[in-house]
Every structure is written in C-alpha cells, then in structure tokens.
Write a protein of this length. Structure first.
Length: 276
C-alpha cells in the first residue's frame, strides 16, 4: 500500500514550544481556578488535589516562571528565524506569522464565502485566525507575567506604585486569565480539532506534518508556492508511527476533556466568586 504523501508543517522545536505551553497553561488554569474558586466546594476539591491553598499558590508561581522562561526562549528563537539580510521580506513574507493586508482580504472573502456570495479564500501557510491565535497568546503572556509578579511581591510593588495598582493588577490578571481560558477551550479547540476538515484531531502540531492532499485543499497558495520555488520535495515528511499516534491522541483528548471540565465548572460556579 502506497503511503499518503505528507509535508512538514512544524519543526521539532516548534512542537516542543506548543507542548510546553499546553502543559503549563493547563496547570496554571487548574491552580488559578483552585484559588479563585476557593470559597466553593469545587474550588476546595481542586485545592486538595494540589496539596492545599499554599501549595497550589506555590505551584502557580513557579509554573508561571517556567512559562515566562519559555516565552523568552521562544522570542530569541523568533529572532534567529529572521533573515537579517532581507528583514522586511522575512518579517512580512508569506511564511511569517505577522499579520498583513492579505489577511484582511482573506477575512472579507471568508465572510462572503460563508454567505455563498463568493469563492473561498486561497490561504497560504498561515490563516488569519492562526495568526490571531498566536499573537493573542504572545501578548497575553507578558500581561499575565507583569501583573502576576506584582501580586507575588506586593510589598516591593507598593514601594514604586500606589496601593490601588495591586487591585488593578489582580483584576487584569484574573480577567485576562479567564478570557484566555474561555478562548482556548472553546474557540481554539473547536477550530483546531472539531471542524469537519480536522475532526477527530488536527495532528499537525503533534506529528509535525500534514497530508499533502489536506494541505492542497486548505492552503493551496502555500503548496503552489512550495512547488514554484522547488521546495516541495524538501518538506516531504514520513507518516507518524502508530504507537506515537496513539500516545498523542490519548494525551490530546485528555487535555481537551480536562480543559472543558475546568471551563464548565468555572462557568457553573462563576456567580459565587468575584474578580476583585
């Protein structure tokens, strides 16, 4: 049986970045909710899993540090990916995640296509919603980090800023966290895995590759660019072995179920807590 042709979508280091973000985000959500909902029976139950309120807080702090170290490493990695001989082309080219006018055009075409008023946009390597996903996380992490550090060291913060800044920091930290949790566990999970073209799972971030047929259907402009520049053979990839597929399917859906569990309970008990 001839294997289905596949092409490389993500490098090993890019997949490791995503994996580390998945794990740390789930831990931060669980430990954060365990303290935000501490006055509820559900919050007390989660706290007990992490060893109590103080231990949950300690885990939350140190996982936050790990996330920011990862953020810094990722930023350095991005800088190494820029071709400094032609920086503008590298930063705003078709392989870049930086938004451009083509994304605005594709958004308009997508809206018209949705209502049957025009053809489907011909996407390149990154769609406009993938870019939105990426930059929402990229700019959200520093906000969580800054406000988190302020709350970790309130006495130090008070030496340089007025006391009410801690109230603002707490509000921003919790609001941004809840926004991120809601977006990731509803919009990102749905777009990534539950669309008809992706169901039951978009394996690209785990396997690092996608079937060539799928790439042609979803990102025709990207495949055409690879063909026109003679790079299509360079990005050919082998299919993941069966045991590895089983591992990431189990892990991926365990993460999805856990995330949805946190979100549903967070909504159910929302009236019993305050962001202040």
């Amino acid at each position: 049986m001839t294997p289905t042709p596949r092409i490389k979508r993500f490098s090993v280091i890019e997949r490791l970045f995503h994996l580390s973000l998945m794990i740390t985000f789930l831990l931060q959500t669980a430990t954060g909710f365990s303290r935000l909902y501490i006055t509820t029976a559900w919050g007390k139950k989660i706290n007990s899993v992490f060893g109590g309120y103080d231990t949950s807080l300690l885990i939350h702090k140190w996982v936050g540090v790990v996330m920011m170290v990862g953020f810094v490493i990722h930023t350095v990695y991005l800088l190494t990916r820029i071709n400094w001989r032609t920086p503008m082309k590298s930063i705003f080219g078709e392989d870049s995640l930086v938004p451009n006018l083509a994304d605005l055009k594709h958004f308009g075409q997508r809206v018209l296509w949705f209502f049957g008023l025009g053809p489907h946009p011909r996407f390149s390597r990154w769609t406009y919603w993938e870019k939105f996903d990426y930059w929402a996380v990229y700019w959200g992490l520093p906000l969580l980090a800054i406000t988190g550090v302020m709350l970790m060291y309130p006495l130090v913060t008070s030496r340089f800023l007025p006391g009410w800044s801690l109230n603002i920091a707490a509000l921003l930290h919790r609001a941004e966290a809840i926004l991120a949790v809601t977006y990731i566990f509803i919009v990102h999970f749905f777009i990534g895995h539950l669309r008809p073209s992706s169901f039951p799972m978009n394996e690209a971030m785990f396997s690092g590759s996608v079937p060539l047929k799928e790439a042609i259907e979803e990102k025709p402009a990207w495949v055409e660019s690879l063909q026109n520049t003679g790079r299509l053979n360079e990005v050919s990839a082998a299919a993941p072995v069966l045991w590895y597929r089983v591992v990431y399917f189990v892990f991926g859906y365990a993460a999805l179920i856990f995330g949805v569990y946190l979100l549903i309970n967070g909504i159910m008990y929302a009236r019993q807590v305050s962001l202040h």
